[in-house]
Design a protein around this ligand. Structure first.
Ligand code: DX5
Ligand code: ZN
Length: 219
C-alpha cells in the first residue's frame, strides 16, 4: 500500500496544529516537512524549533526533507526535535556517506534525495546505506509546481537498482507536483511514498483529496 505524506509547506502556518490534526484524521500516513535555507534552494522555510513545536501534535512519522547546504551542521538538531526520517540531497553532500551515517547514528531513518537533473547512477555507492530514496519531480524550492515527467520516470531505475541489491525494504518517495492524475503512474513505477502539498492543503476537503490520490495510486 502506497503511503501519502502531505507536505506542510502548503499548510496554513498560523494553524499548524489544526492542519496536522485535519490531515491525520483524513488518513495521511506521514507528515512531510520541507526545510529550505535560501542557498541550496531559493526559499526559506522552517528549522528544528518548528519541528519540535509540532512533534507533540501528531502521532504520524515526521519526514524531514533537508533542502540545505552543509546538512551535517543541523542533522543532530533535527533528530533531537523529533524527526523520524531525515533526507539529505545528493547535490548538497560532498561526503554523502558521512551525512547518511550521521543521520543513522542519531537513531533516525536516513534518506537521500536527487533533483530532476541528477542521474540515478550517482546514487549507486550510497544505496546500500539508505532507508529511503527521494526522487524530486520538480526543482525544489516551492510548492505548487508542475511535475517533470522525465524526473518521475527515474523511479523505475531506482527500483531496479534497489532490487538488484536485494533492498526491497527501502522506501521510494516522489515529491513535487503529485495529484490524482499522476499518482497512478508514480505508484506503477515503484513509488511507495507520495508527497503532496498543494493537492492536499490546497483542496477544500483534505479527506477527499487524500482519498483521491490513494485511489488513483491503488487503481
Ligand atoms: C518542493 C518541496 C515539496 C513541495 C511539494 O521543493 O520539496 O515537498 O512542498 O508541493 P506540491 O505537492 O505542491 O508540488
Ligand atoms: Zn519536499
Amino acid at each position: 500500500m502506497v503511503k501519502i505524506a502531505p507536505s506542510l509547506l502548503s499548510a496554513d502556518f498560523s494553524r499548524l496544529k489544526e492542519e496536522l490534526a485535519e490531515v491525520e484524521a483524513a488518513g495521511a500516513d506521514w507528515i512531510h516537512v520541507d526545510v529550505m535555507d535560501g542557498h541550496f534552494v531559493p526559499n526559506l522555510t522552517i528549522g528544528p524549533l518548528v519541528v519540535e513545536a509540532i512533534r507533540p501534535h501528531t502521532r504520524l512519522p515526521l519526514d524531514v526533507h533537508l533542502m540545505i547546504e552543509e546538512p551535517d551542521r543541523y542533522i543532530p538538531a533535527f533528530a533531537k526535535s523529533g524527526a523520524d526520517w531525515i533526507t539529505v540531497h545528493q547535490e548538497a553532500c560532498p561526503h554523502l556517506h558521512r551525512s547518511v551515517s550521521l543521520i543513522a547514528e542519531q537513531g533516525v531513518k536516513a534518506g537521500v534525495a536527487i533533483n530532476p537533473a541528477t542521474p540515478v547512477s550517482l546514487l549507486e555507492p550510497i544505496l546500500p546505506y539508505v532507508d529511503l530514496v527521494l526522487v524530486m519531480t520538480v526543482n525544489p524550492g516551492f510548492g505548487g509546481q508542475k511535475l517533470i515527467p522525465t524526473a518521475l520516470k527515474k523511479v523505475e531505475e531506482v527500483r531496479r537498482r534497489l532490487e538488484d541489491l536485494g533492498r526491497t525494504d527501502v522506501e521510494i518517495e516522489v515529491d513535487g507536483g503529485i495529484h490524482p492524475g499522476n499518482a497512478g503512474e508514480a505508484a506503477a513505477l515503484g513509488t511507495t511514498v507520495l508527497v503532496a502539498g498543494s493537492a492536499v492543503f490546497g483542496a477544500p476537503d483534505r479527506g477527499e483529496a487524500i482519498a483521491a490520490i490513494r485511489s488513483a495510486a491503488e487503481a
